[in-house]
Design a binder for this molecule. Sequence first.
Ligand code: BES
Ligand code: MN
Ligand code: ZN
Length: 488
Amino acid sequence: MQLKSLNLKTADVETLVVPVCEDAELHADPVLGALAATAKALPEFCGKAGEAVTLFAPEGVRVRRAMFLGLGPLAAIDREALRRFAGTAVQKCIGCHLDEALIAVPAAARLKCAVADLLTALLEGAFLANHRFDRYKAEKKETPLAQVTLLVRAQAAREHRDLPERVAAVCGGTLLAREWVSMPANDKRPQQFVRILAERARAENLDVTVLDEKALRQEKFGALLAVGGGSDSKPALVLIDYNPRGALRSLALVGKGVTFDAGGLNLKPTGSIEEMKIDMAGAAAVAATMIVLARLKPKLRVVAALPVVENMISGSAYRPGDVVTSYAGKTVEIGNTDAEGRLILIDAMAYVVKKYQPDTLIDLATLTGACVVALGEGMAGVFSPDDDLAERIVRAGRVTHERCWKMPLPDDYKDLLKSDIADLRSLGTTRWGGAISAALFLSEFVGATRWAHIDIAGPVYRKKEDAYCGAGGTGFGVRLLWELIEKF
Ligand code: BES
Ligand code: MN
Ligand code: ZN
C-alpha cells in the first residue's frame, strides 16, 4: 500500500476507483469532480450506497478503467463507511482479476474529518479486504491485489508517508488472527498451536516461555490441567513478554485458547459443536497483538498469557462434580465440563497477577453463548469493576468498529457461585445471566488488579463475507487492543 499524488491527465492509470456521494461533491480536485459528475449523469448511478458503475477510457484523463462506487448521503459517511468503501473497491478489483488499484481519496474537509483518520480508514478497509483464506483449496480462484495506492494531494502524501506501513502492521495482525481462527482444529491441536504461536512470536524477537504439561503440574495449575486432561494433545501456557526499555506501566493480556471445544463429558450437541474450532480466538487476538507491538514498539510493557487446551472426551477427561484446586489455591466445583474457558482463564490470570503484578489485566475470551444471546454476533461484552477502563475499551471499539458494549457485574449475583463443598462453583445455579456469572467467576481471581473481561464469543467469526472480511475468523480484538494500547 502507498500514498501517491499524480496527474490523471498525464499519468497512465489502469484502474481508478472513485467514491461518489449521493447528495454532495466529495472531491475538491476538479478532474475527479468532473469524472464523478459523468458517472452521476448516468441513469443507473446516483451515488446511493451499494451502487457501482464502471466507465472504460473516460474522457479527459489517461485512465483505462474508472470504477465509481456509491457511498450514500454525506451524513452517513463515517470511518466505517470509508473502510467498507475501500474494502468493496478491493474486492471488486480482485473479482475482475486486476492486480492493482488506485483509489481516489475524498477531500477531508468535505467529510469534516482529520486527514489521518480518513487515510487510516481507507487503508484499513483496503488491506483487510485484500486477503483470501484459501490454503485448503487446490485451485486458488482469486488472487489478492499486488498493490493498492491511495490518490492524494502531494502534501498529504508527504505528511502521512509512514501511515501505510503502520496500518499494514496492525491489520496484518488482524489477518494473522483470522487465519488462526479459520484454521481447522485438526491442524491446531494444542501442541501444534503452541508451536505456531511460539515460533511466530520468536520470529519477532519477542521473549517467549512455554510452560508445558510437566511445568504446569509442578506449579499446580489444577484448573487448566483438568480441562486439558481429556485430550491426548497436552495443554500448555504460552507467555509472551514485550518489555521495551523505559516502560513505566504494564499491561497483561490473557486470551482463551481452546483449540476445540467439544464440551467434554457435557458434550455439545449437533448444531453447537461444529464451529468450536473458533474457541481459541481470544488467544489468537492476543498473540497477534503482541506481534503488532513488536513491530510498532509502543513504550509500555505488555505480557501475554495464553492457556492452550483442547476440551475433549476420554477416560482421563474431567467430570461434572469434580473439585479441582486452581493455581490461586481456591477450590472449584465443576458444574459443567462445557464451562471450560473460565477454568483455564483463572489459572492464567492468577499466574500473571502473581508473577508480573501488572497495572492492568484484560482478558479476551469466547466465553459464553449467553453473551451472544444478549448482544448478537456483531459486538462483544465488556465487564469491568473499573468504569474508566470499560469506557476506554468501548471507545476504542467505536473507533475500530469492533463494537463493545458494557455489561454489569452486580455483586449480589456472586451468591449464585456458592458451592456446598468447594470454595466456588464454576457456574451459576441458574441458566439466566450466564455471561455475567462467568465474568463474576473470573473476578474472584484477579485480586486488586485493575481488570476487564471482554466476551468475544459473538464477533470472532462470521458465516458470510462482508465488505472487508471474508467468511470465517474476523480477527476481532487485534485492532481494538492496538487502539487501546496506543492511547494507554
Ligand atoms: N466456547 C463456548 C462459548 C461459545 C458459544 C463460543 C458459542 C462461541 C459461540 C463455552 O466454552 C461454552 O461452552 N459455554 C457454555 C457455558 C455453559 C455450560 C455454562 C455456554 O455458553 O453454553
Ligand atoms: Mn465450552
Ligand atoms: Zn469454550
